[in-house]
Design a protein around this ligand. Sequence first.
Ligand code: COA
Length: 373
Amino acid sequence: MHTAVISGTGLFTPSASISNEALVASFNEYVRRHNERHAAEIASGAMAALAESSVEFIEKASGIKQRFVLDRDGVLDPERMYPRLAPRDNEQLSVMAEMAVAAAKMALERSGRQPADIDGVICAASNMQRAYPAMAIEVQNALGIGGWAFDMNVACSSATFGIEQAANAVRSGSARAVLMVNPEICSAHLEWRDRDCHFIFGDVATAVVVERSDLAVSNHRFEVLGTRLATQFSNNIRNNAGFLNRCEDKWGDLRDKLFVQEGRKVFKEVCPMVAEHIAGHLAALELAPAGVKRFWLHQANLSMNQLIARRLLDRDPTPQEAPVILDQYANTSSAGSIIAFHLHADDLAAGDIGVISSFGAGYSVGSVVLRKL
Ligand code: COA
C-alpha cells in the first residue's frame, strides 16, 4: 500500500456575483408582480399572496451575504428567475467541463503536475449536465490525461466521497495520481422564486490532486491519514429531476424537479450526525478534536458549522479553526469544503492536523483527516 497525499487544489469562481440586496430586490419585485396579477384570486381566498424576502432574514438564518453565479441577468429578471446559459453544440466543451478544467489547471499547477502524470479523473458533483458521456471523460480529454475517468454523485458530500475513491486508487497502486473535480452550477437547480431557499446556492468549481506521497513534488502536501464515509436515507433534501420524468405524464406543478428541503429538519438531524462522525473518525485514528488545527466544513449554513465545531471542541471555534467562505460563496454543494481548504490551508505548519468534512442530501457525510507535511 502507498501513502496518498493531497498535493494541490484549484478554484474557479464565476465573474458575476449577486448581493443579498440585489437578490431580495428582484425577488420582491417578482412577488409584487405575482400578487398584482393574481389580485382577484388572492382577494377571493383561492390563492395565498406571496410574502416578501428580506436581507436581514437571509443573513441571520444562513450567514450568506452574496453568491457567485454563471448568469446574473437571468436570475435577477423577475419575469424569468433562472440562469440563461447559451446552448453549445457537441463539438464545444460543455459548460460544466469548462469550469472543471479551469479549476483543474490550477490544481495541476499547484501540485507541480502535468496531465501526463495523472492516471484518473473523477467528476464528483450534485448534478451532471447530461447522462453521458461522463463529464469526467470530457474533462480528461480536454486536459489530455490518460487512464480512466468517471462521474459520481453524492450531492453535497461528493467531494469527500470522491477523495476517498481517489485515495484508494493511489493507495492500492492502480493510479499514481488522480484528479478530482467538483463543478457545481447550483443556480440551475435552485427555485429562485421560493423565498424559503432562494438565497441558498451559488456556482463554482473546485479541483483536488491526490497522488502517491513518494512521487509528489509540491511544497504544500497533506498526507491523507484516513477517510470515512457514511449514508443514511432521508427525504428531507430531495430533487426528483430525472430521465423518467416525461414518462410520468405529470404537468403543472414541477416544483419537486428542483432542489427541495426541510431546512429545519436537516439542521437538527445532520449536525449531530456530522459531529459524531468526525469525532468517531478522529478517535479511530487516535486523535482528539482538540488536537485538530482546522476544520474545513461543508458550507451550507453558518450556525450549522458553529454548532458542529462546538460539539467537537466543547467551545466556540475561532474563525481560524473553522473558516467560513459561505458568506461570499453561499452553499456551493460539494465544492464548499474544498473552497475552504483551498483558501485556508497554506498557513498550517508541518505536523498540523486538519479535517475536510462534507455533508448533505442522502443523508451523506464524509471526512478526510489530513496531516500537513
Ligand atoms: N425572508 C423572510 N422570511 C423568511 C424567508 C425569507 N427569505 N424564508 C423563510 N422565512 C420565514 C418563514 O416563513 C418562517 O416564518 P414563520 O416562523 O412565520 O413560519 C421563518 O422565516 C423561519 O423560517 P425557517 O425556514 O424555519 O428558517 P430557518 O431558521 O430554519 O432557516 C434555512 C432556513 C434554510 C437557512 C436553514 O433551515 C438551513 O440552512 N438549514 C440547513 C440546510 C442545509 O444544510 N441544507 C443542506 C443543503 S445541501
